[in-house]
Ligand binder design. Sequence first.
Ligand code: PEP
Ligand code: MG
Length: 315
Amino acid sequence: RQRDADARRLEPAVTRDGHAVEVAANLGDAGEALQAVELGAEGVGLLRTELVFMSHAQAPGQATQETEYRRVLDALDGRPLVVRTLDVGGDKPLAYLPMPAEENPFLGVRGIRLSLQRPDIFEVQLRALLASAQDRPLRIMFPMVGGMEEWRMARAMVDRLLLEMPVADLQVGIMVEVPSAALIAPVLAREVDFFSIGTNDLTQYTLAIDRGHPTLSGQADGLHPAVLRLIDMTVRAAHAEGKWVGVCGELAADQLAVPLLLGLGVDELSVSARSIALVKARVRELAFAECQALAQQALALPGAHEVRAFVTEHC
Ligand code: PEP
Ligand code: MG
């Protein structure tokens, strides 16, 4: 199966009934971009920029960051790049960013909350991103956005910088990984250019299970109907406003999840580069109309076990 999938890795992912879904790569390192393209990536759906920050003893300046972002855009050769702004916080400390200890770091100053508290660091990152784009397709997204105010403050910073450094092909969106964002998706969708659903955190926060918990993390299954319902709400809200939705959490590479995500209307799946060929192969086995019916039925099931059994039985 892997060999057949590998042979077709550079072809698009289209269902038997002609529905195309974009398959992109999650990258943790700018150096991986070229390899991702060779493995079939149609773009980068999530560039985790933490590494750029964690690999330095001091906050990396604009020039250092620009070099990294340029490398990815060069490797992508016109394919879209979705970059996530710095997503560190209590659980991922940076030596040059002293932060008070928190009892619940996952509920603390993480992601966009930190960037808004440190506009100096945030602005340098945004400047580096805008400067690296030139006329290439750049999408910027903010992690851990929980509501409208955070989105508007972050977006305002981008807009202010755009006055000095315009970018021809830019979209600005958010990660949907906090349940409150999914629940107000109809409001957010009017203003964002796109959503990218981070199922790792969305599952953790919806089910109240620490994603790294030594005994409970196995139960943090993104196929729980509660998570699927949030994904459904997010996609419906986005499409009603003509915006696109990706999924960039681990769930996107799960062979049982792919038919459901497709059926819910997700437009892009972003997975680790080594999973791309198999995700594309999975899409080609499916019929979109059947996935839509399957997804609607899955939403009504009581738990993740039932969803997994149901999908296994039906496709
Ligand atoms: C997620 O939360 O699903 C995600 C993609 O981001 P990370 O795993 O980096 O938190
Ligand atoms: Mg996350």
